[in-house]
Write a protein that binds this ligand. Structure first.
Ligand code: SAJ
Length: 453
C-alpha cells in the first residue's frame, strides 16, 4: 500500500510538473490567452501592453460603453492611444466583452477592479469578490489568477483563495494565484506599464513563478517577493508614504501661514538637500482613486489585529481638512475687500484631481465648489480637460477662460495647476487670485492680487 501511495504522489508531482511547464511554455511562446477583468486606468493599458507583446487579450468590463469603445478603437483613458486599440483590435489581438463565459478559455486572468471605501471608511472589496466568484465559475486546471487592485494584506490568500477553491480545485497546485500591485501614475509621460518595476507575490512559489513568467513578457523588471501579503503591503506602503508626506506638507503650509513664511520657498530650500529629503507640496486636498483611499485599507486591517494606526489616520484627517482650509482663505480674501462669500462670484480654475489629467473623481475641487455653493457663492469653473461636473447636485459646465469672465469674478482660485494655463494672463485679468499650487510661483515680479497657501 505504502509503495502505491508513493507512486501516486510521484505521478501527481510529475503531472503537476508537466502542467507547470505547459503553462510556462504557452506564456513564453505567447500562446497563453489572457483575460483582464476591469478596463479602467489600470486594466486598459495592461490589455494594450500584452497585445503589443503578441498575446491574445480579452478585456472584460460590466460597462458596455467601455466594451463598445474598445470595439470601435476609441480610447477613454488618457494614457492609452486610440490608434493602439484600433491596431490590436484589427489584428484580433485585443477584444472586449461583458461576457464572463470566456474565462474558461483563458490561461491567465488578471483582476483590475476598483477597491473603493465605504461611507464608513471601511474597505469595499465587493468588486474583487464578484470577479473572483465569476472566475471560480469557469476555473480550470493550470490557470493563473492575478489580482492587481490595491487592497489590504490577506485579501488574496484569505478572501480570493477560498472563493476559487469552491470550484474543487486546489490553489497553488491545480491553479496558480498571485498578487501584483498596479503601479500606474496617470499622466506620467516617463513611466508606464512596460517600464515601471513590477512586484509579484504568489500564494506559493509555483504561483510566484507563473506570475513572474507572465509579467516578464511585458516588463523587464519583475521583482518577486515571498508572498501575496508582502506584495499587498508593498503597495500600501508606497501610497501611505505619499499620503503622510502630503499631509506633512499641508500642515507645514498651515504653520507657515500662521508664521507669515512662504511655505513654497521653505520646500524649495529643503529640496537643495541632496540626501534624506524628498519634496512634497501642499494643495487644496488630495484626490484620485488611490491616495485618499488606500491608507485606510491598511489602518482598517491593522485595527482588526488590535493596532490603531493613529499617525496614518491623522495624516488622512489633515489632508481631508484642506478643502475647508481653502474656503477659509477665500473668505479672508473676500473679507479684506469688504465682500462675503455669499453673493460673490468665484472662478475655480482646474477641477481634475491633479495637473494635466481629466479625472475629477475624489477631486478636492468638487468639495470646494459644493461648500461655496452652500455658502451662497456664484461659482464658475474652467478645466481644459473636463467639460462638465456635478457638485452639490448641480450640473456645471466648464466656462471659457476669458478676460471678461476673470474680470467679473471676485476671486479666481487655482485648484489644479494644468500646464495649459497662461498664469500671467490669469493674474493680470483677475481682481484676486488664490493659488493653491504655487502655479504662479515662476511669474516675474510681485503681484499684490495673488495669495498662496
Ligand atoms: N498631491 C499633493 N501634493 C503632492 C503630491 C500629490 O497635494 O506633493 C495630491 C495630488 O494633487 C492628487 C493626490 O495628491 O490630488 C494624489 O497624487 P498622486 O501624484 O499620488 O497621483 P495618483 O493618485 O494619480 O497616482 C498615484 C501614483 N503617483 C505617484 O507615484 C507619483 C502612485 O502613488 C500610484 O502608483 C498610484 O497613485 C496608484 O495607482 O496607486
Amino acid at each position: 500500500m505504502f509503495i502505491r501511495v508513493l507512486e501516486d504522489e510521484q505521478i501527481m508531482s510529475k503531472v503537476k510538473a508537466q502542467m507547470s511547464n505547459r503553462l510556462i511554455n504557452k506564456i513564453k511562446n505567447k500562446e497563453a490567452k489572457i483575460a483582464v477583468i476591469g478596463l479602467g486606468y489600470v486594466g486598459l493599458p495592461l490589455c494594450v501592453e500584452f497585445a503589443k507583446n503578441g498575446f491574445c487579450v480579452t478585456g472584460i468590463d460590466v460597462d458596455r460603453k467601455r466594451v463598445e469603445s474598445v470595439d470601435k478603437g476609441v480610447s477613454y483613458i488618457g494614457d492609452v492611444k486610440s490608434s493602439e486599440i484600433k491596431l490590436y483590435v484589427k489584428e484580433k489581438k485585443f477584444q472586449a466583452t461583458t461576457d464572463y463565459k470566456i474565462l474558461g478559455k483563458q490561461d491567465a486572468i488578471i483582476m483590475c477592479v476598483p477597491t473603493p471605501l465605504r461611507k464608513t471608511k471601511e474597505p469595499d472589496i465587493s468588486y474583487i469578490i464578484d470577479a473572483s466568484k465569476k472566475i471560480a465559475e469557469y476555473l480550470k486546471e493550470e490557470q493563473l489568477i492575478v489580482l492587481e487592485s490595491t487592497t489590504y494584506p490577506g485579501t488574496t490568500d484569505e478572501v480570493i483563495l477560498p472563493i476559487l477553491e469552491k470550484s474543487g480545485l486546489k490553489a497553488g497546485k491545480d491553479f496558480y494565484l498571485a498578487f501584483s500591485p498596479e503601479r500606474v501614475d496617470p499622466g506620467n509621460k516617463r513611466y508606464n506599464t512596460a517600464n515601471i518595476p513590477k512586484i509579484i507575490g504568489g500564494i506559493n512559489s509555483q504561483s510566484t513563478l507563473m506570475a513572474k513568467t507572465l509579467y516578464s513578457q511585458i516588463n523587464s523588471n519583475v521583482i518577486a517577493v515571498s508572498s501575496s501579503r508582502v506584495a499587498e503591503m508593498v503597495k500600501l506602503l508606497e501610497n501611505t508614504f505619499r499620503s503622510v508626506n502630503i499631509a506633512l506638507a499641508n500642515e507645514m503650509a498651515i504653520m507657515c501661514d500662521y508664521l507669515g513664511i512662504d511655505v513654497w520657498e521653505v520646500i524649495k530650500g529643503a529640496t537643495t538637500k541632496p540626501f534624506g529629503f524628498m519634496p512634497f507640496y501642499p494643495g487644496p486636498g488630495i484626490g484620485g482613486h488611490c491616495i485618499p483611499l488606500d491608507p485606510f485599507y491598511l489602518t482598517w486591517k491593522s485595527r482588526l489585529h488590535g493596532y490603531e494606526a493613529k499617525f496614518i489616520e491623522l495624516a488622512g484627517e489633515i489632508n481631508k481638512a484642506m478643502p475647508k482650509y481653502v474656503i477659509g482663505k477665500i473668505r479672508d480674501i473676500l473679507n479684506n475687500r469688504k465682500k462675503s462669500i455669499n453673493g460673490s462670484t468665484v472662478f475655480i480654475l482646474g477641477v481634475a484631481y491633479k495637473k494635466d489629467v481629466g479625472d475629477w473623481r475624489e477631486s478636492p475641487a468638487i468639495e470646494i465648489i459644493s461648500m461655496l455653493l452652500e455658502k451662497g457663492a456664484n461659482v464658475w469653473f474652467n478645466d481644459p480637460y473636463v467639460s462638465e461636473i456635478k457638485a452639490d447636485d448641480t450640473l456645471m459646465r466648464s466656462k471659457e477662460l476669458s478676460k471678461s469672465l476673470l474680470r467679473k469674478s471676485d476671486c479666481t482660485v487655482i485648484i489644479t495647476d494644468h500646464s495649459a494655463y497662461d498664469y500671467k494672463f490669469i493674474v493680470e485679468s483677475s481682481s484676486a487670485v488664490l493659488d493653491t499650487r504655487n502655479a504662479t510661483g515662476d511669474l516675474k515680479g510681485t503681484f499684490e492680487n495673488v495669495f498662496k497657501l
